[in-house]
Structures are given as C-alpha cells and as structure tokens.
Design a protein around this ligand. Structure first.
Ligand SMILES: [Fe+2]
Length: 390
C-alpha cells in the first residue's frame, strides 16, 4: 500500500474509508484480503473509459475476476438494477464495486441487493414505506468520481421506478458500503460545471444538516468541517481540475457532510430542488445552489446562532456585530461563492418557468425533508421562496 493512502473508521458509518493518491490501486489488495474472487463493477458509460478504471480492472487480472456493468444511467432506474442484478448473478459476483457519481454508486448498492434476491427491486416501489431487505447483500465498495453526494458512506440509494415514474430513496443498513475508496485522481476528468454542481450539493448537505431539527454536536462537527472546506477549496477546484490538494479536500468535504446528513436528513432546499430536476432537468447540485441562499434567508429567524456560525465558516467577518446581523451574512456569502465559481443563480437562467411554481410547491411540500426543516413552512412560504429565486 502506498504511504499516501490511509484508512479511517467513523462512529457514524460501518464503511471503512480508504483515501489518498493511489487508493483505487490499493483497494485491489483490500478486496483480495476480504476473500473476494469475483467482483461486478457498476458504472456509467463514461467512467468505464477512465484510464484509472482501466488500470484498476487490468491490475485485478490474476487475483480478482472483474465483470463490468456500464449501464448505470444518470438517474438509475429499476430496469438498470434488474439488468445489473441478472449480470451479477450469472457471473457469480461476490462483491459489487460502484465507480462514478452518486447515480452509479446508488445503482451499485441496489444491484448488490438485487443479486441476492431476484426481483427484490420490484417490491420496493412503495413511497413512504421502509425499504425491506430480508436476505444477505453482497459486500459493496464505492469509488466516487465526483465530490458531492457522499453516497459512498451512507445507506441511501435513489432509484427511479419506470412503471410509476416515482423517484424514491431506498434506505437500509444493509446498503451501507463495506468500503469507500477516495482517490482524488478520479475527480480530475469531470468538467467544470459538474465539479461546481457537486461541490455546491455537498455545501447544501452541510448547511441543511447543520440547522436540521435533528442536528446534534456530532453532526454539526462534520457539517461545519464540510462548510469550511467547500469555502476554501471549491473555488480552487472550479478553477483547476488538476489541483490535487483541493480535489482531495473536496472529496473529504462531501464525505463528512454525508456522515452528518445521514443522521439529520436535509431541509427546505432539497425538498424544493427535487421538482426543479424532475420537471426541468436542472442538475441536482445547481438546483440546490440556486435555492440555497433563499432557503437560508427563510430559515435564518429559526436559528440565528447557527446561521451566524455558518457565516463565519464561509469566511465572513462577524466580529463586533449582532448575532442577527451575522446570521444574515450567511446567505449572501453563499451567493458570492456561487458567483465566484460560475454557477447559475436564478431559476429563469436554467429554464424554469414561473407558471410551474404552484405545482413545484405541491411536490416540495410532500417531501420528507420538510419535517426536519428548522422553521415550519407552508405552501405559501415555499411559493415565496421559489419566487425570490426566479
Ligand atoms: Fe443533495
């Protein structure tokens, strides 16, 4: 194992985190050490072409047999899961390795469960009901190629069910990855708009988790770490994909935000962002980035101390001003950061039509994230936040 690669364990997740330059290569030894002889790699069609991934699969030859399922779509569907599951069963996979953004990792988790029980995914299209897994799930290894979702250390898997057009979050402790491999070399091929969207998604996870009604000292510690890292390193990553120190710090930021929000859940911004993606195809991180300052302004009165701290973490000078004044600096600090990294700042810029606001507000209010938002929100409040973001 290279001396730049190290392993960490956390109280918040059973996932072992292996990180550093060369982490992907060293995970080969880790898999072999787990007694795994056959692994199904799950990824999208672009990731399969990455040189690091090719190197990894070639290097496995002789010790671990690899089969590649490159059919994980950007919003993975139940059909992707069935197909990957079939391939994994026929191959005799003993582990599933998800390489890619959140979509590929989420797809890999569901495929690992599907391999053990054919047709399992079909029974999970039940909104509001807990995910059921009564069989053993193959060990899951997640290898992120974007620094955003933090799916590599949490038990969530977002799957779109084609029959009902429902996008549901599966959540079960057996979907926790056994191991997460954070290799910053894998982040460099993503284009700027993807790096920016991913980083702003991680920031939104951290801010929403920090102020969630379920937040505690431990979740706030991780959320605070993420906010500070994003403020410092996202501008560098946006500017230069080859800045490996900044990439590694963003990878850490996304991962620790996930340790936090897996406990607390999210809030108004994620609830409102989902319809922007579902109806207008706005990338998840961009939808969050546009709505985040407006959601923060709405939430500020509920917890000014928390928002004052967030302003400070984002680099604002809060010395000698009142808590309320400091809290009010937090949303504008996010706006400044979004402009600095070149993200869109209004819904109209990304093609959202004003007459969809009522419908989007209905959808947002049905999200479970509403329940942990620090300030109670009505349909009218949501409409006002959308209008402010137009
Ligand atoms: Fe998110």
């Amino acid at each position: 194992m290279s001396d730049t690669v190290h392993t960490e364990c956390f109280d918040e997740t059973p996932t072992r985190v292996v990180s550093g330059h060369g982490a992907l290569g060293s995970s080969r030894a880790c898999l072999a050490g787990m007694g795994i002889g056959k692994a199904l790699v799950v990824c999208g069609e672009n990731v399969v072409k990455l040189p690091e991934v090719k190197e990894f699969t070639e290097a496995c030859e002789g010790c671990i047999e690899i089969e590649v399922f490159s059919g994980a779509e950007p919003d993975p569907t139940d059909e992707n899961v069935l197909e990957g599951g079939r391939m994994g069963r026929e191959f005799g996979a003993e582990a599933v390795i998800g390489i890619g953004g959140g979509s590929s990792m989420d797809c890999a988790k569901a495929i690992a469960a599907e391999i053990g029980a054919e047709g399992w995914i079909n029974a999970q299209d039940r909104p509001g009901e807990p995910t059921e897994i009564e069989h053993d799930v193959l060990p899951i290894v997640c290898v992120p190629t974007t620094a955003g979702t933090g799916s590599e250390v949490n038990p969530f898997s977002v799957i779109t069910f084609t029959g009902t057009e429902r996008k549901l979050v599966l959540n079960h402790e057996r979907l926790y990855p056994r191991c997460a491999v954070l290799d910053p070399a894998l982040l460099t091929s993503a284009p700027k708009h993807v790096r920016v969207a991913a980083g702003l998604d991680a920031l939104t996870h951290a801010v929403e988790s920090y102020v969630s009604t379920r937040a505690d000292r431990s979740t706030r510690k991780w959320a605070a770490e993420c906010i500070g890292l994003v403020a410092e390193y996202l501008p560098r990553v946006a500017e230069d994909a080859g800045d490996m120190q900044a990439q590694a710090r963003m990878q850490r930021a996304a991962m620790v935000a996930s340790l936090s929000f897996a406990q607390t859940r999210l809030g108004i911004v994620h609830a409102m962002a989902l319809p922007l993606s579902a109806l207008f195809g706005v990338p998840h991180g961009i939808a969050n980035a546009i709505l985040l300052p407006h959601g923060m302004r709405f939430n500020c009165p509920a917890d000014p101390e928390a928002f004052a701290k967030i302003a400070e973490l984002l680099g604002e000078d809060i010395d000698g001003i009142s808590t309320e004044e400091a809290a009010n600096l937090a949303p504008s600090a996010v706006e400044k950061l979004a402009v600095q990294v070149g993200a869109p700042t209004t819904m109209s810029e990304v093609g959202v039509e004003e007459d969809a606001i009522e419908r989007m507000a209905e959808d947002a209010m049905s999200s479970a994230h509403v329940q942990v938002n620090p300030r109670e929100m009505s349909r009218e409040d949501v409409i006002a936040v959308y209008e402010a973001a137009m």
